[in-house]
Design a protein around this ligand. Structure first.
Ligand code: AMP
Ligand code: MN
Ligand code: MN
Ligand code: MN
Length: 296
């Protein structure tokens, strides 16, 4: 079993990097990628745990790119250099923007009569990232929301609370220049028709995209097959992952198997494929010329 998309408490996940690896191992995951939002802080700990337990490990990151059409584009970066200066600068800048947002959210909640102290919120922040999930946890603990989804619905979904983003071009280039493999995450969230997604995938491939997450926690075989056809057409590697965050954050999503066992990604050779893509021809080369920039 392969899971190339999980989060830890270094971004908006619930569990430590070590615990996430242990949970994956216990479920029989043989190849695991940790892909925190805008953060690589959990990778060393996760990698050490994976080595101890004999789980194959792929270091990763997930970056949010700007809205594309009605949907959103998230880009996974596999095998990125954890010390890459440009990527670390981006993460630091995003962390700073999230701190500004944090102050704004206290204010919005105060307007609704809910007082959360910074000290209280920060008790659960383990990495550099202050996520809306940290607010959701306190809102649930204090009885203002029934669960995380309810907390988001009621208090945390204002447009200006969205997290910081890069353009698709820049996101792909940053990952590629950090020696990584750029992969489109959960293509369903782009909310595109098959034809439009096909077109976008072609353009992103021209910018250096190398894979597509065709297997996902909520995709059935038919949906996975549709994305895989697009991936194949554009020479993109077929990847897959659960997007596990922990049962408190996303209660139905299990590591390795997704929602109700829908995720079934077993291609253990994908690790080698990604390593080749990262190091091989085109792995570190500039994006192909001649692509049309997309409006983001
Ligand atoms: P942030 O990155 O801090 O803006 O928070 C967004 C994160 O919160 C997403 O990456 C999801 O993991 C999580 N999230 C978003 N919507 C919901 C929801 N309705 N229920 C639970 N978690 C959510
Ligand atoms: Mn998340
Ligand atoms: Mn995502
Ligand atoms: Mn994710």
């Amino acid at each position: 079993m392969v899971d190339l998309h999980v989060h830890t408490y270094m971004s908006d996940g619930q569990h430590s990097p070590e615990d996430v690896v242990s949970m994956a191992w216990a479920k029989g995951v043989g190849l695991l990628a940790v892909t925190d939002h805008d953060a690589m802080d959990g990778l060393d700990e996760a990698e050490a745990a994976a080595r101890r337990l004999g789980v194959g490990f792929v270091p990763g990151i997930e970056i949010s790119a700007g809205a594309v059409g009605d949907g959103k584009l998230h880009i996974l970066g596999y095998y990125v250099d954890r010390l890459d200066a440009a990527l670390l600068r981006l993460n630091a800048e995003f962390a700073r923007q999230r701190e500004e947002r944090e102050d704004m959210i206290y204010g919005r909640l105060r307007d609704k009569g809910i007082i959360i102290s910074k000290e209280r919120l920060r008790r659960n922040v383990k990495g550099r990232i202050v996520s809306r999930t940290h607010f959701a946890r306190v809102l649930v603990e204090d009885g203002h929301a029934a669960d995380f989804a309810d907390a988001f619905d009621r208090y945390l979904s204002e447009p200006e609370m969205d997290r910081p983003k890069v353009s698709p071009e820049r996101g792909i280039a940053l990952i590629r220049e950090a020696g990584g493999v750029a992969v489109m995450a959960h293509p369903s969230s782009l909310k595109m028709s098959h034809a439009d997604l096909d077109d976008l995938a072609g353009r992103l491939a021209g910018m250096g995209l190398m894979g597509m997450e065709c297997h996902y926690c909520s995709y059935g075989r038919e949906e996975t097959g549709r994305y895989a056809a697009i991936a194949e057409k554009h020479g993109l590697a077929v990847t897959g992952g659960s997007d596990f965050h922990g049962e408190r954050v996303k209660p139905r999503v299990e590591i390795g198997t997704g929602i109700d066992g829908l995720l079934s990604f077993t291609d253990e050779g994908i690790g080698e494929t990604l390593e080749k893509l990262r190091g091989g021809a085109g792995g570190r080369s500039a994006p192909k010329k001649g692509f049309k920039p997309i409006e983001a």
